[in-house]
Design a protein around this ligand. Structure first.
Ligand code: NAI
Ligand SMILES: N[C@@H](CC=O)C(=O)O
Ligand code: NA
Length: 434
């Protein structure tokens, strides 16, 4: 049988990794796919020093690949919502299958892209877009298809986890670690996407749609980054038996779907609390299976290429399958998506870690405790530290039981209005993840 021809658009970190894995494992990949898979053409702005392209045709015009009649599968590894979107839409219009690692594109334009793909009877595969090499989309769409998924919680940005780990373990400065993550090819073209939680929110949006069968709704995700975290809070959390991780949480409740990315205290004995460096981990809780955990490299050339190439093989295996019998893009049949609403963050209920900087006067703790109890907020534990030498302020650390975000906002406003309190109250959400 003739080999299937793929066209790679973008030959950076992931494009280069994808080319190399396809070349190195070509024989084994053909045994898995049932036929050979060849790179028929590459569109690149510059060559990748890690790739020996041999006689593979190269162009600087992505549309030469997209419009090349020899190419069966277009692999979009450019990134962003601009030319990448045009590449994907034009490939679909030309009747070509698409494989992409672009979570930004899928989270923001996925509904339109999948509709176009269904109209043309082509596949759009995107395993590499969430948690890099971890086959989490495959696990959710296929392995867990029997379940009603209750919640998904994950460390889904490798750059952010790498920064938090290096800062905690080696005391390195934020900017220094971020620069290393960029040099290693982990970070997004705009690294604020990593450190402000936008990249994790893109991935969480995709996970939530596949877990609960809802349309992609990135604009409704609550997003908070890691840039405001302090070493003091990391240390206080540890004294209480917790680690701070940047977590994406999607939970289904009767009222709606929670979709939120933020720093989170997790009990230190949970496996996910001990996921470090560029590694990612996703927990999925289903009604039949209970809690499950998926772990692996969340970024980097070949871990991500592992997912891209697996998608290419999947596409090749099902080329002749009736489009109606393929695994649906969002796990549920397109005409069976639910309109269960995404909840505004004020409607989300979580436990909290609070750090209040108080004047060293008697009675402050009692005033804070009263404000919380008047609003029905139960305190799990309180830790009052020694006054700090430089400002004489006493940090008070409180852990609360679960409370609606709206009620917590009201309590924090009242605490901040006290004369005995200096500066804003620090709040970090707490998840038990059982
Ligand atoms: N780096 C990683 O570890 C991971 C990246 N991704 C995603 O994979 C995609 C690619 O990311 P990277 O490889 O890291 O980015 P990169 O910046 O290393 O590579 C992108 C390449 O596309 C090229 N390019 C841009 N516009 C082009 C055009 N018009 N024609 C031809 N080439 C063009 C650039 O010159 C660059 O070489 C992004 O969507 C990213 O979010 C997903 C998972 C992990
Ligand atoms: N910038 C992303 C790359 C993979 O998706 C990350 O750091 O996780
Ligand atoms: Na993945």
């Amino acid at each position: 049988m003739k080999p299937v021809k793929v066209g790679i658009c973008g030959l950076g970190t992931v494009g280069g990794g994808t080319f190399n894995v396809l070349q190195r494992n070509a024989a084994e990949i053909a045994r898995r796919a049932g036929r050979g898979i060849e790179v028929g053409q590459i569109a690149a702005r510059q060559l990748n020093p890690n790739c020996d392209l041999g006689s593979t045709p190269v162009t600087d015009d992505v549309f030469a690949v997209v419009n090349n009649p020899e190419i069966d599968i277009v692999v979009e590894l450019i990134g962003g919502y601009g030319v990448a979107r045009e590449v994907v839409m034009q490939a679909i219009a030309n009747g070509k299958h698409v494989v992409t690692a672009n979570k930004a594109l899928i989270a923001v334009h996925g509904n339109e892209i999948f509709q176009a793909a269904r109209d043309k009877g082509v596949m759009v595969a995107f395993e590499a877009s969430v948690a890099g090499g971890i086959p989490i989309i495959k696990a959710l769409r296929e392995g867990l298809a029997a379940n009603q998924i209750n919640w998904v919680a994950g460390i889904i940005n490798g750059t952010g986890n790498f920064i938090l780990t290096e800062m905690r373990d080696k005391g390195r400065a934020f900017e220094d670690v971020l620069a290393e993550a960029q040099a290693l090819g982990y970070a997004e073209a705009d690294p604020t996407f990593d450190v402000e939680g936008i990249d994790a929110a893109h991935k969480l949006t995709i996970l939530a749609s596949i877990a609960f069968g809802i349309p992609l709704q990135f604009d409704k995700a609550y997003t908070e980054g890691i840039t405001k975290l302090t070493t003091a809070d990391v240390n206080y959390a540890e004294a209480l038996g917790y680690r701070i991780k940047h977590l994406g949480v999607a939970r289904r409740t009767d009222a709606g779907v929670e979709l939120r990315v933020h720093p989170t205290l997790i009990p230190e004995d949970r496996l996910i609390a001990n996921v470090n460096g560029v590694m990612n981990a996703v927990m999925v809780n289903g009604d039949a299976v209970g809690s499950t955990l998926y772990y692996g490299a969340g970024a980097g050339a070949e871990p991500t290429a592992s997912a891209v190439v697996a998608d290419i093989i999947d596409v090749v295996r099902t080329l002749t399958t009736d489009p109606n019998n393929r695994v649906p893009h969002l796990a549920f049949q397109a005409d069976s998506l639910s309109d269960h609403p995404v909840l505004p963050v004020e409607e989300v209920e979580t436990a909290y870690y609070l750090r209040v900087q108080a004047q060293d006067r008697p009675g402050v703790l009692a005033k804070v405790a009263t404000i919380l109890s008047e609003r029905g907020i139960n305190i799990e534990s309180i830790m009052q530290m020694e006054a700090e030498e430089h400002d004489g302020l006493v940090p008070m650390i409180l852990l609360t039981h679960e409370v609606l975000e709206r009620q917590m906002n009201d309590a924090i406003a009242a605490i901040e209005a006290l004369d005995d309190i200096a500066g804003p109250v620090t709040r970090i959400r707490v998840e038990q993840l059982n």
